[in-house]
Design a protein around this ligand. Structure first.
Ligand code: NI
Length: 139
């Protein structure tokens, strides 16, 4: 493990008060841990935005299986990108609506492309990509 460095921060008191309220709501017991998580998150964001690094993420999509040919189109797309899609869970939300959650792994730009294709498919009601990291390189 690398050594710990302490540093001071100059910050507007109103901004700090708001930050303290938010982190208390999230259950942090001190600012340091909250700040470390924020820094880690921005490093993860930078990592996947760099495009070529290995990234992992989840894509969720909501659609109606009764929409003409939509299930076939989505299935076709998922087979096309089978190398990056590790797992898919399909949940029938009601008589018509379905939720699919896909776990994807690969280069950031490839994952973004798969996500854009799926979420952008005509008839998909809602979609969300959440990217994280394999954890390598994060302390
Ligand atoms: Ni379904």
């Amino acid at each position: 493990m690398s050594e710990i460095t302490r540093f001071g921060i100059s910050i507007d008191s109103t901004l700090l008060k708001s930050f303290d309220q938010i982190i208390a709501q999230k259950g942090y017991t001190n600012r340091s841990e909250a700040l470390r998580d924020l820094i880690r998150d921005s490093l993860v964001q930078a990592e996947w935005q760099a495009g070529s690094k290995e990234t992992i993420g989840t894509i969720s999509i909501v659609y109606s299986h009764t929409t003409r040919e939509l299930s076939e189109v989505l299935n076709h797309l998922q087979h096309r990108y089978y190398k990056s899609i590790i797992s898919t869970t399909h949940i029938h939300l009601d008589e018509h609506n379905c939720l699919e959650v896909l776990i994807v792994r690969g280069q950031g730009e490839e994952i973004k492309k798969i996500s854009d294709r799926l979420i952008g498919t005509r008839g998909v009601k809602h979609g969300k990509l959440s990217l994280t990291t394999t954890g390598k390189g994060l302390k």
